[in-house]
Design a protein around this ligand. Structure first.
Ligand code: NAI
Length: 303
């Protein structure tokens, strides 16, 4: 198939692009003609230290094949500086991939405030700061694509990742609302829950599988979501190992009680099977759809 997805006039920021998934995203965007801001603080997986060489090396890789890129070494918690780098060097910003991340895994009873706070800061505050700084420019030009990096640990939960899971599902909440707010300005916002062999997952995934989970197998989805070809917004996509799928909410049809008469915990117990029965389940796409069953119940007992 011909290379129809191109970014010749566009500028892409990829945060945490000095290694792992972010590096693969940055390289693929550059291969497709984008001018790329390669951001990376260059710290450890646990969020300690800083090293400019991580981002610089990826910029060199991009320039080596004739691509255009510039490094930025700020933390995503100073996201306005990353956006400023894009403006200073390239005069615009079209696509933002919020990818930077760290881990501070601990079971909840051992969790310390510092672990909770730092994970929140990098993933949630960092994505907020960078996106918030880019947002006015995306609105002004009536075009933007924003990608947030969630995780199956947020969607499904994972032992030892209460801080990380909280942050990652929080990013999906942010995705949903920015998709609503951005739509009228053609700013489309999606989230991915990737799986890839990086320093973050080394030792966590059996080595035979690990070798096959190349970060490059996540990036085609990210580049598609970053392109004008993508018209989807508010989506959440699981991706890895050469497979991509979309996730959505599912809710049972539930049980209704008379709101005027009230109902007891025993009534809830009696209806528990029905409350948890997903036969014929609904897939609410927005708040209005989500509230439909509740409104129908009010109406049913209104007379
Ligand atoms: P990685 O550790 O290889 O890459 C993360 C990059 O973010 C590093 O280069 C790091 O220096 C950078 N970074 C960390 N804190 C930063 C900060 N404050 N400011 C700027 N840069 C910072 O890990 P990986 O796996 O590539 O992770 C990328 C994203 O994907 C993360 O958000 C991670 O949580 C997410 N993810 C990865 C999964 C996987 O299977 N590898 C699974 C689910 C989510």
């Amino acid at each position: 198939m011909s290379d129809v997805i191109r970014f010749e006039d566009q500028v892409v920021i990829v945060t945490g692009a000095g290694g792992g998934l972010g590096r693969a995203h940055a390289l693929l965007f550059a291969h497709h003609g984008a001018r790329v801001v390669v951001n990376d603080l260059g710290g450890s997986t646990h969020g300690e230290g800083a090293n400019a060489s991580a981002a610089d090396k990826v910029v060199e890789e991009i320039r080596a094949f004739g691509g255009t890129a510039v490094a930025n070494h700020d933390s995503v918690t100073d996201g306005d500086r990353i956006v400023q780098t894009a403006l200073d060097h390239f005069g615009r910003i079209d696509v933002l991939v919020n990818n930077a991340g760290i881990l501070r895994d601990k079971s909840f009873h051992k969790m310390e405030d510092a672990d909770w706070d730092l994970v929140y800061k990098v993933h949630v505050e960092g994505a907020y700061k960078t996106t918030h700084a880019a947002w006015p420019y995306l609105r002004e030009q009536n075009f933007g694509r924003v990608i947030f990096t969630s995780s199956t640990s947020g969607i499904y939960g994972n032992f030892g990742q209460s801080n990380y899971g909280m942050a990652k599902l929080g990013l999906y909440g942010l995705t949903r609302t920015l998709a609503i707010e951005g739509r009228k300005n053609n700013i489309l916002v999606n989230a991915i829950a990737p799986t890839g062999a990086t320093r973050m997952t080394e030792g966590l995934i059996p080595s035979q599988v690990f070798e096959q989970l190349k970060p490059e197998l996540v990036s085609p989805l990210v580049v598609y979501l970053g392109s004008a070809a993508c018209q989807d917004t508010g989506g959440l996509f699981e991706v890895g190992g050469g497979w991509v799928g979309k996730v959505r909410w599912e809710r049972s049809l539930g049980a209704g009680f008379d709101p005027k008469a009230g109902f007891s915990p025993e009534d809830v117990a009696a209806q528990w099977q029905r409350i948890c029965d997903f036969e014929g389940a609904a897939h609410p796409a927005d708040n209005v759809e989500a509230l439909k069953e509740m409104m129908a119940n009010l109406q049913k007992y209104a007379l």
